[in-house]
Unconditional design. Structure first.
Length: 320
């Protein structure tokens, strides 16, 4: 990895298969070490899986209880109307790089041979449900370059950059969901993508509510009917309670964001934002509490740090 500007300086958080860890060094303030480690009620006639759906979990329950079958919003039957599941699971070693779409020519300087997946970020729907990638950027050069290097290329949806909450809320309503999923599927097939990474987080999860879960379940059905994959980016040791077990189990694998434990938004909390201990906590949380198999999680590598010397600031891997 070249600190002068190679592979890592052009990718934001990288995800790498379970239990691979890499130390990155320290931020300018010696106390701020940067350590990397491999984020509605269903209707009875819901076209997705809304059969015998139960009530929402009382807020006082712990994480395990919230995800238990007898208290979660869960559909007891899971009948796809999209066709047979033709997806072939990837059981190999995974290294996933996220890249912000903007300058396709930048791809020529990337060491893509270090990756197995390239996630292009971020696409969000317009008011009609059509996906738009960062101000109408064409995704095809990224797909062609990624496929040329033997990678699987996914489109990442939403992101942490405050996507339009009203549009997402409306499109995930039961009466709109199937049409929206069809447009996502069309985008994936038209651009010869290999799948979708769902990065609904931050300000968006409270707005879409429990409609997140049937959306994910039906999106999996639609994608798998075309042999395409579905993944997610979710928090290390907690995430919004609107995310339920049926959604977690629908993902082919989950990219766990084991970074940003602290940062410039919490300048008084000086210290490493991705310590080894945070990875251990994340592994225990996902495998023991949430019961997600170890082979279905990857751990996030933050190739950046924070300098907590006032005024606190972000620092790139190149600067580190």
């Amino acid at each position: 990895m070249n600190p002068e500007g190679g592979f890592v300086d052009r990718f934001f958080p990288l995800f790498i298969t379970f239990l691979l860890f890499t130390a990155l060094g320290c931020a300018k303030d010696k106390r701020a070490a940067v350590t990397s480690t491999p984020s509605s009620t269903l209707s009875s006639n819901d076209p997705c899986t809304a059969i015998n759906c139960q009530q929402a979990t009382p807020p006082e329950l712990n994480a395990t209880q919230r995800l238990a079958k007898n208290v979660q919003v869960s559909c007891k039957e899971n009948k796809s109307t999209w066709g047979p599941d033709t997806y072939v699971s990837d059981t190999g070693f995974k290294v996933i790089g996220y890249i912000t779409a903007g300058k396709p020519e930048m791809l020529d300087s990337l060491e893509l041979d270090r990756l197995t997946y390239l996630n292009v970020a971020f696409a969000n729907p317009d008011s009609s449900g059509q996906l738009v990638l960062n101000e109408q950027i064409d995704i095809k050069p990224y797909v062609q370059k990624g496929h040329g290097a033997g990678l699987k290329v996914f489109i990442s949806l939403a992101g942490g950059g405050k996507p339009d909450t009203l549009i997402w809320h409306d499109l995930l309503l039961p009466e709109n969901r199937r049409a929206f999923i069809k447009k996502i599927l069309d985008y994936v097939t038209d651009n010869e993508l290999d799948g979708v990474d769902v990065d609904i987080e931050g300000n968006l999860l409270p707005q879409v509510g429990l409609n997140y879960n049937p959306f994910v379940v039906e999106l999996r059905q639609a994608l798998h009917s075309k042999g395409k994959g579905i993944t997610a980016a979710l928090g290390a040791t907690h995430f919004h309670p609107n995310v339920r077990q049926e959604a977690l189990e629908a993902y082919d694998f989950i990219n766990v964001m084991v970074y940003d434990k602290t940062g410039i938004w919490r300048a008084e909390d000086i210290g490493p934002h991705s310590p080894w201990s945070y990875a251990e906590e994340a592994i225990a949380y996902w495998t023991k509490e949430l019961k997600i198999p170890a082979e279905k999680i990857t751990l996030g590598v933050p190739f950046y740090g924070f300098d907590f010397t006032p005024p606190a600031r972000y620092i790139s891997y190149r600067e580190i």
